[in-house]
Ligand binder design. Structure first.
Ligand SMILES: [Zn+2]
Ligand SMILES: [Zn+2]
Ligand SMILES: [Zn+2]
Length: 334
């Protein structure tokens, strides 16, 4: 059902997952498979009556831990391999009509802890070389279920987009002896115009090189490679800056702002990646309240992104919507 086919022109894998055609598509709220099962109601993906954050295997996975042999034979030009990996769904909240942006910072902190846990656990599997945690939000991004949730793909190889970042980071390190993201953060801080928010452990900015109008990056102030390298304080600071950025996104156009949010962490293939630096990237498709940025010929066919806005202006706009984040209880934290 799922297999990986080699793309010889790009030198990368393509996953085929034909069974995904039958996915549940925007069901009415009463039949949401991600809501807690109601007493006497139909059983959802989550059998317990209550949950806070839940993780389960995707029912329509692109990759499986025990995949069938590919149905098609490989040739020398066209290698094929089983689609081995893990696809999980992570429910951010039991509240159907909520979004991550609307959840309290305490809930976002719990998500940070669950992300950390899943990175550690999936990354320890022998066939997993990369754990990719992300959220697609909004119908503009092809989301088929409204209930607030994200996904985790555990890949049997380092995916090409991350491999490119690793190569660039290594090249920069060989040339300068410094970390590329540390240098980016230092330059963004020195300039200041593109900074959106910051706290003692993280900084959010629309980078100089943004490809999307509201492409926010959140980078750790400390040179760390993954969520598992964070201490308690950094976990709370990450939740806080996420809450601040997500809330500001929603205020931009007074709507639930669509985006893709991706976590870029080190591979889990046993290699050494001291030159890499953990960060989160957002790719929001909106240019204005009603206009979408489409990936058109230049972006898709040539790889040249055309951003018709300036990061300096968009960062100032977003910064104007940042408000302090209130914790209901800070526990024994800072
Ligand atoms: Zn729901
Ligand atoms: Zn660094
Ligand atoms: Zn990145």
């Amino acid at each position: 059902m799922s297999e990986l086919r080699w793309h010889p022109l790009l030198g990368e894998w393509v996953a085929t997952a034909t069974h995904r055609q039958g996915r549940t598509f925007l069901p009415p709220a009463d039949f949401c498979p991600l809501c807690p099962t109601r007493p006497g109601g139909f059983p959802t993906e989550v059998p317990e009556a209550e949950y806070d954050i839940a993780v389960f295997e995707n029912r329509f996975p692109s990759l499986e831990s025990d995949p069938p042999e590919p149905a098609i034979e490989a040739t020398e030009l066209y290698p094929v391999r089983p689609g081995q990996g893990v696809c999980e769904v992570i429910l951010f909240s039991p509240r159907h009509n909520s979004t991550l942006a609307q959840e309290p910072v305490e809930q976002i902190h719990k998500l940070v802890l669950v992300w950390t846990d899943r990175f550690r656990e999936l990354g320890a599997l022998p066939f997993v070389d990369y754990v990719f945690e992300f959220e697609n939000k909004g119908e503009a991004n092809g989301v088929t279920l409204h209930h607030p949730h994200g996904q985790i793909y555990a890949y049997p190889f380092v995916p090409p987009r991350v491999a490119r970042e690793l190569e660039q980071s290594l090249a920069h390190h060989s040339k300068t002896g410094r970390c590329l993201v540390c240098d980016i953060v230092a330059e963004e801080r020195a300039d200041g115009r593109r900074i959106v928010a910051s706290n003692s452990s993280f900084v959010a900015y629309i980078p100089f090189f943004a490809r999307y109008p509201y492409e926010v990056h959140i980078s750790s102030a400390r040179h760390i490679q993954a969520l598992t390298d964070m201490d308690e304080r950094e976990g709370r600071d990450l939740a806080e800056i996420l809450k601040a950025v997500l809330a500001a996104f929603d205020k931009l156009f007074d709507l639930a702002f669509p985006y893709m949010m991706v976590l870029h962490q080190r591979p889990t293939d046993g290699g050494v990646y001291d030159h890499y630096h953990f960060h989160i990237e957002f790719y929001p498709p909106l240019r204005t309240a009603t206009k979408l940025k489409y990936l058109a010929g230049s972006e898709t066919g040539a790889g040249l992104f055309i951003n018709d806005t300036l990061a300096e202006e968009k960062a100032a706009e977003l910064r104007g919507h940042i408000i302090p984040v209130e914790w209901r209880e800070r526990g024994d934290g800072p």
